[in-house]
Write a protein that binds this ligand. Structure first.
Ligand code: ATP
Ligand code: MG
Length: 281
């Protein structure tokens, strides 16, 4: 079996002010090439897990591995294989312009400056961000900053992309563009994805599996379609997340008809519920 893209087990983290986050009951694994949506209420610990995965939080207890290595100690050798967008995106945009920022991340991968700039420009273009390539990152809107950060995360062709709350700040068009690029990275190069989000209805559009983290470290995991079930909806509610109304309706229809929708994607759920109404089943 191949080495997982990442695994987190029994994490316990002490922050500088003494606050302890105890996720000792929680474990998370993302297989190579797997796409995982990571859900949970505010303060459950998702971003702390992300920080541990990219070597920014060194846990007091527990084990974190990225491609079999400890990111706290071996981050320099992992950097090339991982692309990250942090929840506080301002902390990671370091270039004088958006283009400089993406180019900075390519220094270790492309020695020629002109080739680097061209590559950085091309990835900004893929994300519909070429219009603000020459602007100062801090002067960009929240959604624009995230597109630049995603460009920086994918530019070097990583095997694992970790994105913390990217989609919430994006309008529909930007969402589609960013999602299109992430799925292309997955399809063409087999990149694994760990996407932290609060948007439950959106998860089935990209994820093979959903992980729901509850406060206190209990968790639930299953394929997106299992969110349209008593267990999945219960897991969302226990995590303080509102089950999407369409999921609740689809669950009712499934219970009445004994059938299941093709997937939990919005289009499939709408079709499934509509069909039931049409046939009066
Ligand atoms: N620097 C810090 N110092 C002290 N406590 C912290 C610090 N950062 C996070 N915490 C606490 O750790 C817990 C987990 O925070 P974390 O940011 O990981 O949650 P989250 O699941 O990402 O939440 P959100 O959905 O709001 O982003 C929270 O109770 C939070 O208050
Ligand atoms: Mg967070």
């Amino acid at each position: 079996m191949s080495v997982p893209a990442l695994s987190v087990r029994g994490l316990r983290h002490r922050f500088p002010d003494g606050t302890v986050l105890d996720l000792s009951r929680f474990s998370l694994e993302v297989a190579a090439g797997e796409r995982v949506a990571f859900l949970g209420g505010n303060g459950a610990g998702k971003s702390t897990v992300v920080h541990a995965v990219v070597g920014l939080a060194e846990p007091e207890e527990g084990e974190v591995r990225v491609f079999g290595k400890d990111p706290g100690r071996e981050w320099p050798s992992l950097r090339a294989r991982v692309g990250v967008v942090m929840q506080h995106v301002d902390d990671q945009l370091l270039g004088l312009t958006a283009l400089d920022d993406v180019e900075l991340g390519l220094r270790a991968h492309e020695p020629k400056r002109e080739a680097r700039r061209e590559r950085a420009r091309a990835v900004l273009r893929r994300l519909g961000a070429e219009g603000f390539a020459d602007r100062v990152p801090h002067a960009l809107s929240g959604g624009e900053k995230r597109r630049v950060a995603v460009a920086g995360a994918v530019a070097h062709g990583p095997d694992l992309l970790v994105l913390d709350e990217v989609f919430g700040a994006l309008d529909l068009g930007a969402r589609d563009e960013v999602l299109g690029v992430l799925l292309e990275e997955h399809r063409t190069r087999g990149a694994a994805l760990l996407v932290v989000t609060h948007d439950v209805a959106w998860c089935p559009e990209f994820a093979d599996r959903v992980v729901v983290l509850q406060e206190g470290g209990d968790s639930w995991t299953g394929p997106p379609l299992d969110l349209v079930s008593k267990e999945g909806i219960g897991a969302l509610e226990r995590a303080g997340l509102e089950p999407p109304p369409l999921f609740l309706l689809a669950r009712e229809v499934a219970a009445e008809t004994g059938r299941l929708p093709a997937s939990a994607r919005t289009a499939d759920l709408l079709g499934f519920c509509h069909e039931h109404r049409r046939t009066g089943g």
